[in-house]
Ligand binder design. Structure first.
Ligand code: TRP
Length: 336
């Protein structure tokens, strides 16, 4: 198959900090798996990251290379995947401004992810306008690349839904299928809880295990993990539901049969937390170790990382400019 016939993937991350193992199970893993069967673009979404970090743009800038390093360290291959920088693609901003005319403020306010984020960031009424509008910008990202597949964590499903609404609205306006709807590809494992058992792993909550964690940091995080508070003696029956260690074994232990046996044993009683934690520590150290080492090695030549992003951005500029022209033409905007 010609590379131009492959279905297109667009996905991305806000570079607000280095990525963690929640990102690994949520999206990085599938990106590595899909990059040979799809034409894949991965966006370093620095402009979107600014929508709630206007007071600290330096943080975003510093983390662009960190996130690019994470990508390469987990095995995203720049020979087949195009890594690009959002703020360096003007067509994305131009499409965003245009799309804002086809979505209402009420609809943006109803977006469940935006709603959650407004609450968790404590914006109250003082919501940065760019933040409220970022679903339209994300629709611009996805459509500019003509992506039909978007591998993301489950919290991003409402973004894809809103993108598809915009696509239908624009197609209706233009009177033909100018843009195509996209499908969210959400991992079946569900969201990985934080090491403290909170529903979400996040750097800002301080419960994340970064892809650069040392063996000692991994061991310490697993040691502190919450299991079953009523499982006091090894002989006591234990609870698997809500047990963070089992949530992690489900996500990372490739031996599903062994995990099922461990769960049965734990429920019966006679299986201690330490045995489980030792198993999980080993699994995470084996997973993160090579990523950490590759990350450190690649990090020695940061200029080379910048070059990868620059090349990918140049290639992305062509395709996004083309789509922009098609949308502007489709709407019949005056062409000079
Ligand atoms: N909103 C995504 C996140 O917070 C990042 C992102 C920006 C993205 N543009 C995208 C994801 C386009 C998928 C497609 O993680």
């Amino acid at each position: 198959m010609q590379s131009s016939d492959l279905p297109v993937i667009l996905t991305g991350d806000r570079p607000t900090g280095p990525l963690h193992i929640g990102h690994f199970v949520g999206s990085l893993q599938s990106r590595v798996a899909l990059q040979h069967t799809h034409k894949q673009y991965v966006l370093l979404a620095d402009a979107q990251a600014l929508t709630d970090n206007g007071d600290d743009p330096g943080k975003i800038t510093r983390n662009v290379v960190e996130v690019a390093l994470d990508y390469l360290a987990v095995g995203i291959d720049p020979a087949v995947t195009t890594i690009c920088l959002q703020s360096a693609l003007p067509a994305l901003a131009e499409l965003t401004v245009l799309y804002l005319n086809f979505v209402t403020v009420a609809r943006l306010e109803r977006n469940p992810t935006v709603k959650d984020e407004i609450k968790s960031r404590g914006f109250g009424r003082d919501i940065p306008a760019g933040f409220l509008c970022y679903p339209a910008a994300q629709a611009a990202d996805i459509t500019a690349f003509k992506a039909t597949v978007v591998p993301v964590g489950e919290d991003q499903a409402p973004m894809i839904e809103q993108t598809n609404e915009l696509v239908r609205r624009l197609n209706r306006q233009v009177g033909r299928m100018l843009l195509h709807e996209a499908q969210a590809l959400i991992p079946s494992t569900g969201r990985l809880p934080g090491v403290d058992g909170k529903a979400k792993m996040s750097k800002s909550l301080g419960n994340a295990l970064p892809l650069s964690a040392s063996d000692a940091e991994i061991a310490a995080a697993v040691h502190r993990m919450y299991t079953d508070p009523d499982h006091l003696r090894v002989s006591d029956p234990g609870r698997v539901e809500g047990n963070v260690v089992f949530a992690y074994l489900d996500a990372f232990d490739t031996d599903a049969v062994a995990v099922a046996d461990l769960k049965a044993h734990y429920r019966r009683g006679g299986l201690g937390d330490q045995v489980l934690k030792r198993r999980l520590t080993g699994i995470l150290q084996n997973l993160i170790g090579p990523i950490r080492e590759r990350r450190a090695e690649l990090g020695r030549d940061r200029d080379a990382i910048v070059d990868v992003v620059r090349d990918g951005t140049a290639r992305s500029r062509e395709i996004t400019e083309l789509t922009k022209a098609e949308v502007f033409d489709g709407l019949g905007l005056f062409r000079l």
